[in-house]
Design a protein around this ligand. Structure first.
Ligand code: AMP
Length: 181
């Protein structure tokens, strides 16, 4: 978890290799569906382009399908999921059905103004349709309204790990590895 622009995707890619787990980014999956112009992609685009969250059911169906496929490695690293309380409770149900559990919820933290600056710089080269300034600000607000309550949710489950997301990429990876081992 962490607000848009904090570096979740970058850290998730590095960590999934180190930990030998499958990286599942709902944002990446949705962007792929949009690129392929699928039915899911068309629905997702109408939400993402306006900086809104895609409906919980659609996201839960995607995750459910992805994790039902048997894999041979050590597990999964979820990037950008769950993002709302209904997604988290739906995910808990899925995990129970599978006889599985979450080891940790990593929360990357950073100053909001620094993030808005970072994300707009990234938008200049990423070509992402959701990185214009007004949309970025809206995504930040939605994060604080809808995703930040998950911090409390995972704190109560005793699996929350707060990590300072400001610093060099390697430094942040190291901080995360220290709290999950
Ligand atoms: P991300 O790449 O994680 O920043 O996601 C980009 C956009 O995809 C988000 O701003 C949402 O519109 C959508 N999205 C990604 N993951 C989710 C999710 N778990 N729930 C709802 N919408 C999502």
């Amino acid at each position: 978890m962490g607000p848009p622009g904090v570096g979740k995707g970058t850290q998730a890619i590095i960590l999934s290799k180190i930990l030998n787990v499958t990286h599942l980014s709902t944002g990446e999956i949705l962007r792929h569906e949009i690129k392929m112009n699928t039915k899911i992609g068309k629905i997702a685009k109408s939400f993402i382009d306006h900086g809104n969250f895609v409906p919980d059911k659609l996201v839960l169906d995607i995750i459910s399908e992805k994790i039902s496929i048997k894999i041979s490695n050590e597990g999964y690293l979820f990037d950008g999921f769950p993002r709302t309380i209904p997604q988290a409770t739906g995910f808990d149900k899925l995990l129970i059905e599978m006889g599985n559990n979450l080891d940790a919820a990593i929360n990357l933290t950073a100053d909001e103004n620094e993030l808005i600056k970072r994300i707009i710089d990234r938008g200049k080269s990423s070509g992402r349709s959701d990185e214009a300034i007004d949309i970025v600000k809206k995504r930040q607000k939605i994060y604080w309204d809808q995703t930040a309550p998950l911090i409390d949710y995972y704190q109560k489950k005793n699996i929350l790990k707060n990590i300072n997301g400001i610093g060099e990429i390697e430094e942040i990876t190291e901080r995360i590895l220290q709290v999950i081992y």
